[in-house]
Design a protein around this ligand. Sequence first.
Ligand SMILES: *Cc1c(COP(=O)(O)O)cnc(C)c1O
Length: 376
Amino acid sequence: MQDNTKRTWAEISLNNIRLNYETIRAGLPKETRFLGVVKADSYGHGALRTALMLQEAGADYLAVACLDEAVELRRGGVQLPILILGQTPARYTRDLIDWNITQATGCFADAYAYSEEALRLGGTLKIHIKVDSGMSRVGFLGTGDSFDQSVFDIIESCSLPGLQVEGIFTHFAVSDCEGESNEEYTRAQYKTFTDVIKAVEERGGIHFQIRHCANSGATLSYKEFALDMVRPGIILYGCEGGTKLDLQPCMRLMTRICAVKEYAPGTTVSYGRRFTAQRPTRMGVIPIGYADGLHRAMSNKVSFAVAGKKAPQCGSICMDMCMIDITDIPEADVGTEVEIFGRENSIYELADAAGTISYELLCAVSKRVPRVYKDF
Ligand SMILES: *Cc1c(COP(=O)(O)O)cnc(C)c1O
């Protein structure tokens, strides 16, 4: 029998994702659509399983980063509309049309290329216009001197015969950050976005069916920005950093002690000898390392949950293993389960120690780590 819990595994609670979906949805106006972001394998939780669950739970739309992610969902039977947030080369327009996928479009050159391809194929491509309101990444630049040219380009794009323009959206840079200047910036982004929409509607006589901008941060903190659809990712997976909603963690990264050693004081541990035992130490070896997604930057800075207690991680994290001090946890032994993060051990503490955010730790859990679907 296949035992997926013999080394290191990630327990995923689809039910908790569903509960989070329902909690978020309950705070939205009834008519607001819900797009669930399932890019990067649903932040490590499994894109197809998550997408099928969201479809069943009543979500309206899904978003992914790229064509391959979208096709994986279609092949798996997902029927909800799917928006690709990133760019797709125009030579793949046939795939976009055949799989009924919506493409984000952030400049006139792309819009033109998609339209030409669609015409050549005798079809139409559904697109959402992407506005850059201050993220300075992709999109028609709506700020400063670029405003009028972008409004013009959007109107031109919307008039192309090979395209069906269904929506328009933008993305916030600091909607999840506290403080006055962040709030000011977010409100300015929103104003830029809605000003662009207004100008396109007035000058071009164009109406957008779905206007959306609210990522997780804005869905939580700027309810008035919900417009026609919200577009959260991380809060579906239970990470929010604050305490605004009662969200459930959805992934528990688990491993099992595979060896126990006793060391005399003065013994140094692991590569670089960055840890020295200060007392007679019972050291557990756990089979998880940076190749599983445990960032080496956390070495010597974190602890993990063992039998309801905290075991400090000691010495450099190796590729496939690392060590934990279980001197004060005598019940811990070979075979004992260790929670790296999830229910008992905070993912935020680990992220802080690694100098990163919860998103990156979730996405870092590598292909080698089997996902075990199990509610907790
Ligand atoms: C990733 C992404 C989201 C979701 O962001 P969260 O912070 O996880 O809610 C929404 N919109 C776009 C364009 C994205 O790239």
